[in-house]
Design a protein around this ligand. Structure first.
Ligand SMILES: Cc1cc2nc3c(=O)[nH]c(=O)nc-3n(C[C@H](O)[C@H](O)[C@H](O)COP(=O)(O)OP(=O)(O)OC[C@H]3O[C@@H](n4cnc5c(N)ncnc54)[C@H](O)[C@@H]3O)c2cc1C
Length: 486
């Protein structure tokens, strides 16, 4: 009986955790009901604040024993509903595990706990002339555990690669509470790449409690460019020209007119020209000679596409100003409407201009405010829909437009996600890119690792695929939990 197993579970947990780190109060639990995507909500049955490996192992073992579904959680900045608890699953919050255990400058690596904030690791690495390259725009808040689970990207991933390229080894608590090691300190793998399987698994294969990550040398010189254009299409074509020239910028980012206006009216003001239809932000890094060569390529490409203005910034202050607008773009959109739906689709680079035009038409069709800020180098689009989630009719239109945009990306030869993951948001769109057989194979793989379907149920895999997914606890469970422990 669920009630009895809950009572037994709490008895077990009370032996491992102080009462203050077991949250059962309904008001406090509801603070964990969503993530960075406000479209999906679910109140957890309880929240456990875990601070070390022993606690995670014991908590997962107990959940497994009592068949309680659980959701690993970092900072909750995810944009696909990955950390939202369904079916009153329990949240296992690991933000308290935030130690940088070791930085080894000789091997250019760091060992970290999952709750370390992305930017904190980069700052710590800079003391050794090193850096952690993947830099999500949320890097001031998001955790490395979340980055690993989502295989996160960021502006500088165009050159340096997504999170998976920077993860050497992982310590993982599997859904039955077994501790296992994946990958190796050297990065070499014997046999199948289990480390690669875990990165991007969105909390469905257990909880990462430690990671060994690669650090790279900070570049000798960095130069940031800002070019403005009279059309979005011209800025997209400039990106293709830059890459075709053989230049290898670290970042190639585009912001459209509406985003520029929001940024310039906000605290993230960066001096972007507000009369332009688009700005292209490019960053070059390398030796002084490489930077000069890159500058020539970028300048020529932008000029060939009729750039209205072209600015170069070498010193840290000016570069930080130019990046402030890009990194704060999602936050700045808060000025436009109460809620923002940040979509995440990928298209081949050559299709960028065409797809952007079609996305604008979808926005018009559904009478929605739609803006674009995206990792143009990777063809990774972020169409943003500004809306009011309190209005159900508007929200229905937002979801319909979102679905159509994803279909458009796939039809253009792209895919469902560049970096934000599948979560709840896109799980029912997986059939757009995978056949029935492929989905079945993915599900069987997941079931082999988590036969009870307890680790982050209801995510990634289209509804009802896992053998024992959500639904085995029944409504009223959260209230029971409160009563038992309260
Ligand atoms: C303003 C803004 C800008 C953003 N910009 C970017 C960007 O540029 N690039 C990008 O990729 N993303 C971006 N994101 C999305 C988000 O920040 C990333 O997905 C990030 O990696 C989530 O980290 P988190 O700590 O918040 O994880 P959470 O939201 O807490 O969790 C995300 C997923 O990871 C799982 N998880 C968390 N910790 C663990 C763990 N230790 N072990 C196993 N699973 C775990 C959760 O179950 C969930 O499925 C942005 C978000 C916002 C709000």
């Amino acid at each position: 009986m669920p009630g009895r197993s809950d009572a037994a579970l709490f008895k077990t947990l009370a032996r491992i955790l102080p009462r203050t780190r077991i949250i059962t109060d309904s008001g406090e639990r509801s603070l964990y009901d969503t993530d960075g995507l406000a479209l999906y909500r679910g109140v957890p049955g309880a929240v456990l604040l875990l601070e070390n490996a022993e606690e995670v192992i014991a908590a997962v073992r107990a959940c497994h024993h009592h068949e309680v579904p659980f959701v690993p959680r970092g900072a909750g900045t995810g944009l696909s509903g990955g950390a939202v608890p369904l079916d009153e699953a329990w949240i296992l919050d690991v933000t308290g595990m935030d130690r940088i255990i070791e930085i080894d400058p000789l091997e250019s690596l760091a060992r970290i706990e999952p709750g370390v904030v992305n930017l904190d690791l980069d700052r710590a690495a800079s003391d050794y002339g090193l850096r952690y390259a993947p830099d999500p725009s949320s890097q001031r808040a998001c955790t490395l555990g979340g980055n690993i689970a989502e295989n996160s990207g960021g502006p500088h991933c165009f050159r340096h690669g997504m999170t998976t390229r920077h993860i050497l080894a992982l310590e993982v608590v599997l859904p039955d509470g077994t501790l296992t090691s994946l990958g190796s300190r050297s990065g070499a793998t014997a046999g199948p790449d289990e480390r690669g399987l875990f990165v991007g698994s969105e909390g469905t294969l257990g909880i990462a409690i430690e990671a060994t990550v690669a650090l790279i040398r900070r570049p000798e010189q960095v130069r940031t460019f800002l070019a403005s254009f009279s059309s979005l299409a011209a800025s997209c074509r400039a990106v293709s020209r830059i890459i075709a020239s053989g230049a290898r910028p670290a970042a190639l980012e585009i912001l459209d007119r509406l985003t520029i206006a929001a940024v310039e009216a906000s605290v993230f003001r960066a001096g972007y020209p507000t009369d332009a239809e688009a700005v292209l932000l490019v960053e070059g890094e390398g030796s002084p000679a490489e930077i000069e060569e890159e500058t020539a390529h970028v300048r020529a490409a932008c000029s060939a596409e009729g750039a209205l203005t072209f600015e170069e910034a070498d010193d840290l202050e000016a570069r930080t100003r130019l990046w402030r607008g890009r990194k704060g773009a999602f936050g700045a959109m808060g000025r436009v409407a109460r809620d923002l739906y940040v979509l995440d689709g990928v298209v081949p680079r050559r299709a960028l201009a065409d797809v952007i035009e079609k996305i604008a038409a979808i926005g018009k069709k559904y009478e929605l405010i739609l803006s674009n800020v995206f990792h143009a180098g990777d063809g990774n689009l972020h169409p943003n829909i500004s809306f009011d989630a309190r209005d159900p009719e508007q929200t229905t239109r937002v979801l319909a437009a979102g679905a159509e945009i994803l279909e458009l990306c796939v039809a253009a030869g792209g895919t469902l996600s560049g970096e934000h993951g599948i979560g709840i948001e896109k799980r029912d769109h997986m059939g757009l890119v995978f056949t029935e057989l492929e989905l079945e194979t993915q599900t069987r793989l997941r079931d082999a690792i988590d036969p009870r379907g307890l680790s982050n149920p209801g995510k990634v895999f289209p509804g009802g695929r896992s053998c024992v997914e959500a639904g085995h606890r029944g409504p009223g469970h959260a209230a029971r939990v409160e009563r038992i422990i309260g």
